[in-house]
Design a protein. Structure first.
Ligand code: NAP
Length: 241
């Protein structure tokens, strides 16, 4: 069995992953966490306390801890999957230089979100007029979401014709790479994103949504299956699909 060490394994995403790895081909070698937790697995609260090895280090901890954890895992000869946010461009460049095995940074484990971006890259070749609307729970602090920003940048990079000029009134959304992005923050919503394309007398609308953190588990499993085949650092689940 492939052994996986999880950083942040008792967080909201980490608990969904713990459940998802049961009855899989992966064995949890232990969990690095901020505080002690009762668990069937070894639990450490300091990197220096870790007394097990693993094939893969999976990080779903916090922006404050993700870089130090990745340095430690690379130095201990593990493949690394990073789902936690917060790495700076400088830190990513540094990890890329140090990577001796596969290091996969996954900004979004949701298969539907990854496919939405890929399908949007295809659609924008034919429909250059496009806007992104994302909706999340009111407690989400950042806006627009990282996925919406990435979607807009990827759409812009794939767009082959200039869009029809429009006004830049505030109500027209934030321009990200010349793609208007609108962020809704409302109770009752979890996480969804729609990309609207408009053409001559026709429209195309692509929508994805996730309704619980369990939605990330299939993507996590694919990342764990694929990371050991990678050479060096890659960004995006699409590298293992
Ligand atoms: N890539 C994706 O698809 C995706 C999806 C959802 C979330 N995320 C990201 O994943 C991360 C976790 O999200 P979440 O919603 O699960 O957050 P969360 O519920 O706040 O969980 C964070 C966990 O990190 C742990 N932690 C704190 N200090 C630590 C340390 N020094 N070493 C290891 N673990 C430590 C905490 O442990 P204690 O419980 O012991 O305090 C907590 O369980 C965030 O960066 C989030 O943005 C990514």
């Amino acid at each position: 069995m492939t052994r996986v060490m999880i950083a942040g394994g008792f967080g909201k995403l980490g608990l969904a992953i713990q459940a998802g790895l049961e009855n899989s081909t992966f064995e949890i070698a232990g969990i690095l966490s901020g505080r002690p937790h009762d668990s069937a697995y070894p639990v450490w609260t300091e990197l220096t306390a870790i007394d097990q090895t693993a094939d893969i280090f999976l990080d779903v901890s916090t922006p404050a801890t993700v870089y130090e954890n990745a340095l430690w895992a690379i130095a201990h000869d593990m493949a690394v999957v990073i789902g936690a946010t917060g790495l700076t461009d400088t830190q990513i460049t540094d990890l890329e230089a140090r990577a001796t095995r596969g290091v996969l940074i996954v900004p979004n484990f949701s298969l539907s979100a990854v496919l939405l971006m890929q399908l949007s890259e295809l659609a924008v070749r034919y429909f250059p007029d496009v806007e992104v609307v994302e909706a999340h729970d009111a407690r989400k602090i950042d806006a627009p979401s990282g996925t919406a920003v990435l979607t807009a940048k990827r759409i812009a990079a794939a767009r082959q014709q200039a869009p029809t000029p429009t006004s830049d009134d505030a109500a027209r959304g934030e321009r990200i790479a010349d793609v208007p992005v609108h962020a809704l923050r409302l109770p009752g919503y979890i996480a969804q994103q729609t990309v609207y394309f408009g053409g001559l007398d026709e429209q195309l609308t692509l929508t994805q949504s996730t309704t619980s953190r369990a939605a990330f588990v299939p993507g996590v499993l694919r990342a764990l299956q694929g990371v050991t085949t990678l050479d060096g650092l890659k960004i995006g689940l699409e590298h293992v699909l």
